[in-house]
Design a protein around this ligand. Structure first.
Ligand code: A3P
Length: 302
């Protein structure tokens, strides 16, 4: 049997999506849609056996908010400060893979990176009970939607939407993988001041990556020097990550690390869609702490 590798696991998952249409790709579990190729009811049942550790590094973000960026930085913080690099052969997300994954995870040395796209309400309760630290990354909703659409329509094996208009409506209705961006944001806003929770934004990282890496190091308790923080930020620039993407993530790498910019939504949104999303943001997030942090007026006004 071929040796299990991280890139191999990604490629296997993508292979399974070949030829599926959107209705076959997405299945509903407890009212939320997930891709059937990497998630299953059995997986969610097995997830109930997952036991968190106090030193787990939990990374949460809605799809396309930049979780692979966080994973790179936190992995690098571990490697830089402990001089060890654990070989990871699992799909990067807690809820993706096969039900035996949680047994294998028990054997992983600390600190473990636990990345997930799950809604706050669906995270294993053991994470909070055992006081693991939870770093959450959000991105402005317009770029998130644009990136999500491009990912579906650019990766050859993943089913494409017929049009941006179709995707936009599904996104607004929360009928996409991992559910509604707005539900996730509204719930995280209620937990923004919780102990052991830090929320950062994609845009903050884009503006000042060194400061973002420093905040992550302080939050998780990594003793990194200023030079080390700078080197980690350099290795996590979009250009550096895109250049290595084929090696780190296989053929899908360059499609995953697509553009890495703020404001790409402007090429897709029409006036009506802008109005609809502006109204939704207003209804859900304007005036809230997370709403302020997302700087909607700066990044999302047409
Ligand atoms: P685009 O499609 O807009 O380029 P996720 O990791 O959650 O799937 O998110 C993917 C998005 O994050 C992609 O956005 C990708 O380019 C962007 N991204 C990944 N690494 C990045 C980096 N180092 N700097 C800026 N953006 C990055």
């Amino acid at each position: 049997m071929a040796e299990k590798t991280f890139v191999g696991e990604i490629e296997k998952a993508l292979e399974k999506t070949k030829g599926l249409d959107m209705n076959e790709l997405l299945f509903s579990y407890r009212g939320t849609l997930y891709p059937s190729t990497v998630c299953s009811a059995e997986m969610f049942q097995a997830l109930e056996t997952f036991e968190s550790r106090i030193d787990d590094l939990v990374l949460v973000s809605y799809p396309k908010c930049g979780i692979h960026w966080l994973i790179q930085i936190v992995n690098d913080l571990i490697a830089t400060t402990s001089k060890t690099k654990a070989e990871n052969t699992e799909l990067p997300f807690l809820e993706c893979g096969d039900p035996e994954k949680y047994e294998r995870m028990k054997k992983l040395p600390s600190p473990r990176i636990v990345a997930t796209h799950l809604h706050y309400n669906h995270l294993p309760k053991t994470i909070f009970k055992n006081k693991a630290k939870v770093l959450v990354l959000f991105r402005n909703p317009k770029d998130t939607a644009a990136s999500f659409f491009q990912f579906h329509n650019n990766v050859p094996s993943i089913p494409s939407y017929n049009s941006w208009e179709e995707f936009f409506q599904q996104f607004m209705n929360g009928q996409v993988g991992w559910g509604s961006y707005f539900d996730q944001a509204v719930t995280w806003n209620q937990h923004i001041d919780d102990e052991n929770v830090l929320i950062l934004t994609y845009e903050e990282l884009k503006q000042d990556l060194v400061s973002g890496v420093k905040q992550m190091a302080e939050f998780f308790g990594f003793m990194a020097t200023a030079e080390q923080i700078q080197a980690i930020a350099d290795r996590a620039s979009f250009e550096a990550m895109r250049e290595r993407s084929q090696e780190t993530h296989g053929a899908v790498g360059p499609l995953l690390f697509r553009k890495g910019a703020i404001g790409d939504w402007k090429d897709l949104f029409n006036d009506e869609q802008n109005k609809e999303m502006d109204a939704k943001f207003k209804e859900c997030l304007t005036g809230t702490k997370l709403g302020v942090k997302l700087k909607y007026d700066v990044y999302c006004k047409a």
